[in-house]
Design a protein around this ligand. Structure first.
Ligand SMILES: Cc1ncc(COP(=O)(O)O)c(C=O)c1O
Length: 387
C-alpha cells in the first residue's frame, strides 16, 4: 500500500484550477477502496457478484423504488430501458434539445427516432412544448435532469399519462438531487443513471443503473442486460452484455457512503460562486425545497468566449457546452426538431466553472477572484467598444 505524498496531478500542473480532478489523494479513501477490491478477489464471484445485489438493494431503497438493476453505463441504462418498454423501429421518443449526446443516441440505437423539444429556464424539457411534439408514433418522454436539477416531473407525468406515453427519467447527471423533497430517480416508469467517474456519484470506471417499481420491467431488464437470458443459460430475447462490473459495484458501495459529503461540498462551492458571479451572468432557476447536485456549475453570457478566454488566461479551466445542443450533431441531423430556441442559445452561451469534491478553498477563491477580474475586463472592453 502506498503512503507516498501524492504529486500534483496533470490537471493541476496545467491549470491553477482544473475543471475537474478525478485523482483520489486521500490515503484513507484509497485504502477503503482497495479493501473493497480485495474482498471481491477473495470471494471470487467476479461477474454479478454479491456487491452488485447489495448496491441494487441500497439504491432502490434510497430512491424509494421497488427494484434497481445495475448495468454497464448510463448509455446501456437508457438503451435497456427502451428495449424493456418494447420501444424500437419507427417509434418516437420526445426529449430535450439540450443534453449529453447519449440521451439521443440511446433512442437511435434501439431503432427509434428522437424528437427534440426546447428547454425552459431551469434548462430542462419544457412541458408546455411537449404536447406539440406528440404523434401517433410517440411512445415515451425522456426527461433529462440536466446539470443536476430534476425536470418538471409532475407536469411531465400528467402529460405522459394523458397521452398513454411512458415517462423515462434520465437522471445521469442528478444522482443525489431532489425535486420538492423527492429524489431524482424516483420519477416515471423507469429511471436511468450513469455512474461514470465524471458524475457526482461515480465509480472508478463505467457503470450505470435502471430503477423501476414494475416487477415485469425489472425482470426484462435483468434478462436484457445479459443476452436476454432469464436463467443464465437460455436466451428468450435478443439482448447484449450490459452487466455492471462487480468491482465497480464494490467501489460504488463505498462511494454511496461518501455521497452526502460530496453533494454538501459542491453546495458550499456553488454557494461561494453564487456570491462571486458578477451581475449580468445568468444562472438557471431552481425550485424551492429542491437540491441541485451541482454536477456542473454553469453561467451564461452572450460574451461567453471572451469570458472563457479571460478565465483561462488566469489559469482557470472552464468548459463550454455547445455540443449539448443535440440537433447540431451530424448523427442526429435527420431527426425532427419541434422547438429549440432556448436550447440553441443556452448551449451557445453557457460556460461551466470548475466544481468537484476535491477542489480546495484556495482554488475556489482563485476562481472567484478571476471571475471578478474577468468581469472588469469585459466591462472595460464594452466601454471601449461603445466609445
Ligand atoms: C444526461 C446523460 N445521459 C446519459 C449519459 C450516458 O452515460 P454513460 O457515459 O455512463 O454512458 C450521460 C453521461 O455522460 C449523461 O450526462
Amino acid at each position: 500500500m502506498t503512503t507516498a505524498e501524492p504529486q500534483p496531478t496533470p490537471g493541476r500542473q496545467r491549470y491553477r484550477v482544473p475543471f475537474n480532478d478525478l485523482a483520489i489523494p486521500q490515503a484513507e479513501t484509497r485504502e477503503r477502496y482497495l479493501a473493497a477490491i480485495e474482498r471481491v478477489m477473495l470471494h471470487g464471484r467476479i461477474l454479478l457478484g454479491p456487491e452488485v445485489e447489495s448496491l441494487e438493494q441500497r439504491i432502490a431503497a434510497q430512491l424509494g423504488r421497488q427494484h434497481a438493476c445495475g448495468v454497464g453505463s448510463g448509455t446501456d441504462a437508457l438503451m435497456l430501458a427502451f428495449m424493456a418498454l418494447g420501444i424500437g423501429l419507427g417509434d418516437e421518443v420526445i426529449l430535450p434539445a439540450m443534453s449529453w449526446i447519449a440521451s439521443a443516441n440511446a433512442v437511435k440505437m434501439v431503432g427509434a427516432h428522437p424528437v427534440f423539444v426546447d428547454v425552459n429556464d431551469e434548462m430542462n424539457i419544457d412541458p408546455a412544448l411537449v404536447e406539440g411534439a406528440i404523434t401517433e408514433r410517440s411512445r415515451a418522454i425522456l426527461a433529462v435532469d440536466y446539470c443536476g436539477r430534476v425536470a418538471d416531473m409532475d407536469a411531465l407525468s400528467a402529460l405522459a399519462e394523458r397521452h398513454g406515453l411512458a415517462l423515462v427519467e434520465d437522471g445521469a447527471q442528478a444522482f443525489g438531487a431532489t425535486l420538492e423533497g423527492r429524489p431524482a430517480g424516483s420519477f416515471g416508469v423507469m429511471s436511468c443513471f450513469s455512474m461514470n467517474p465524471m458524475k457526482v456519484f461515480g465509480a472508478l470506471g463505467e457503470a450505470g443503473l435502471v430503477a423501476t417499481d414494475d416487477p415485469a420491467l425489472h425482470q426484462s431488464l435483468l434478462a436484457l442486460r445479459y443476452n436476454g437470458m432469464r436463467d443464465r443459460v437460455i436466451s428468450h430475447q435478443p439482448g447484449f452484455n450490459g452487466r455492471i462490473d462487480t468491482l465497480q459495484a464494490a467501489i460504488l458501495l463505498c462511494r454511496l457512503d461518501e455521497l452526502p459529503d460530496h453533494v454538501q461540498r459542491r453546495q458550499v462551492v456553488a454557494g461561494r460562486y453564487d456570491q462571486a458571479v458578477p451581475a449580468g451572468l445568468w444562472r438557471p432557476a431552481l425550485r424551492a425545497n429542491s437540491i441541485d447536485t451541482q454536477f456542473s456549475y454553469c453561467v451564461r453570457s452572450p460574451q461567453r468566449d471572451r469570458l472563457a478566454d479571460a478565465l483561462e488566461r488566469r489559469g482557470i479551466e472552464c468548459k463550454t457546452r455547445e455540443w449539448d445542443y443535440l440537433p447540431a450533431h451530424p448523427a442526429l441531423a435527420a431527426e425532427r426538431v419541434v422547438s429549440d430556441s432556448k436550447a440553441k442559445r443556452f448551449s451557445a452561451e453557457m460556460l461551466c466553472l470548475p466544481i468537484f469534491e476535491g477542489i480546495t478553498d484556495d482554488e475556489v477563491a482563485l476562481v472567484c477572484q478571476a471571475l471578478a477580474e474577468a468581469a472588469e475586463e469585459l466591462a472595460a472592453m464594452e466601454a471601449d467598444g461603445a466609445r
